[in-house]
Structure formats: C-alpha cells, structure tokens
Design a protein around this ligand. Structure first.
Ligand SMILES: [Zn+2]
Length: 82
C-alpha cells in the first residue's frame, strides 16, 4: 500500500475542511449584531456592547459605518421614534 498517496489525500482533505470551518466562522461572525440606540437628549449612540459613539453629522448609515468600533459586529440601529 502506498501510504504517501493516502497521506497526501488526508492532507488535502484537512485543508478543505479547514477552509470550510473558516467560512462558517466568518458567516457566524457576520450574523452577530450590535444594537445601537440613539440617545436623543445627549445626542450619541449607546451600543449593545456597552460603549457609545457620536457623529458630527447624521448617523451610522449617513457616515457609511457598518461595523461597531468596539466589538466588531455589524451595527443594527434601533430607532425608538414612532
Ligand atoms: Zn458593539
């Protein structure tokens, strides 16, 4: 039996599995959201990960901010206005 062939096959297989696991991890990470709630009185966003952020003009969408600067998750803006 040629063990070298088996060894190369297993090595390729492990590399493919590793790539799939990395893709799944990045997908899970992109699904995590950080909720940003606007504090109207003080004019800043309170983040779910217990930080805060304010903009000179507009909000996260107006400033092309997609990810939270504190936790790195995608931002979900919670609008309390009716
Ligand atoms: Zn966050």
């Amino acid at each position: 039996m040629d063990y070298d062939v088996i060894f190369r096959f297993v090595k390729r297989l492990l590399k493919k599995i590793s790539t799939v696991i990395k893709k799944i991890c990045s997908l899970i990470k992109s699904m995590n959201k950080c909720e940003w709630r606007y504090d109207k009185e003080d004019g800043y966003y309170e983040t779910e990960c217990e930080s805060n952020f304010s903009f000179v003009d507009g909000g996260p969408c107006d400033n092309d901010i997609t990810y939270c600067h504190n936790c790195g998750n995608k931002i979900k803006v919670i609008d309390d206005e009716e």
